[in-house]
Design a protein around this ligand. Structure first.
Ligand SMILES: [Zn+2]
Length: 299
């Protein structure tokens, strides 16, 4: 099985067997390269790893319809409207399935991670943005147009950080999205407002672990923001678990107390608020492993 994890800065191509990456290669996502050049580079790399591929699954950081045509790829210019699956099929001569990276990672988690014990779960990727993938009864849910589980843009309005304050603008342009408060830009902004200085989330985590208020309050605010968003999802879906991955999830122990408290304060029923909050063991392999299994699930 061949998976391609198309990220904003690099593209990982891998030959996968079950949950094991047998061989892989990384490509840079060259800035300035057009879709044609990038698709050529992906096809060349696939052939280099696996001449005569039977099928390829591709995970992208954006939304795609069920035919494999891109709706939106915010971090890689020029791809909106590109018929990604058809273009790659013409280059490689085999079936291609393209899916949002959050959904691909959730498929990997469903097959090889916590999904084995918890058949209905939401996966949240904590990083620059807040990505998501929803699995219901073992099946990744894509939505009518591929936009399901855009959890970062669940509105939590104001109040997550300071009641009465103006809502923060999200990268998507709207105000009050969960991602505006719990994505890295929001965390860095909050740390600066509290008098800290940091360029990376790691520095904020170090501040929190030294017991400083600034670092501690940033992660508490993040936990509250996630807690409000997750309360909405949990009141709607009554899931078996929420699974966290992504770089910022390394600080989950700093986030979890406020997240759980907020869930308990706002959940519709106590049983909904006690939902397991779990860390993925697949880490950054989930995207490419899930991508490799997409053709088996969706072809
Ligand atoms: Zn948004």
């Amino acid at each position: 099985m061949i998976g391609v994890d198309f990220g904003g800065t690099r593209i990982k191509v891998a030959v996968v067997e079950g949950a094991v990456i047998e061989r892989s290669a990384d490509l840079e996502t060259q800035s300035g390269a057009g879709p044609g050049e990038i698709l050529d580079a992906i096809a060349d790399q696939v052939r280099a790893l696996a001449p005569g591929p039977e099928a390829v699954g591709l995970a992208i950081p954006g939304e795609v319809d069920s035919s494999g045509k891109i709706w939106r790829l915010p971090n890689v210019p020029g791809f909106a409207g590109v018929a990604m699956a058809r273009e790659l099929r013409e280059r490689l001569g085999c079936p291609i399935v393209v899916e949002n990276d959050g959904t691909a990672a959730a498929l990997a988690e469903a097959l090889f991670g916590h999904g084995r014990e918890h058949p209905s779960f939401m996966m949240l990727t904590l990083g620059t943005g807040i990505g998501g993938g929803l699995v219901l009864d073992g099946n990744p849910h894509r939505g009518a147009h591929g936009f399901a589980a855009e959890v970062g843009h669940v509105s939590i309005e104001r109040g997550a950080i300071e009641p009465g304050a103006d809502p923060w603008q999200c990268g998507c342009g709207r105000y009050g999205c969960m991602e505006a408060y719990a994505g890295t830009a929001g965390l860095l902004r909050r740390f600066a407002e509290l008098g800290g200085q940091a360029n990376e989330i790691r520095e904020i985590a170090e501040s929190a672990r030294r017991g400083e208020d600034a670092g501690r309050l940033v992660f508490e605010g993040m936990g509250e923001a996630l807690g409000l968003g997750i309360t909405t999802m949990q009141n709607l879906l009554d899931l078996d678990a929420f699974v966290f991955t992504g770089g910022v999830s390394r600080s989950f122990d700093l986030i979890e107390p406020a997240l759980r408290r907020t869930l308990r304060d706002h959940g519709f029923a106590q049983i909904l608020s006690e939902v397991p909050l779990l860390l993925s063991g697949l880490e950054d392999r989930a995207g490419v492993i899930g991508a490799a299994h997409l053709p088996g699930r969706f072809a």
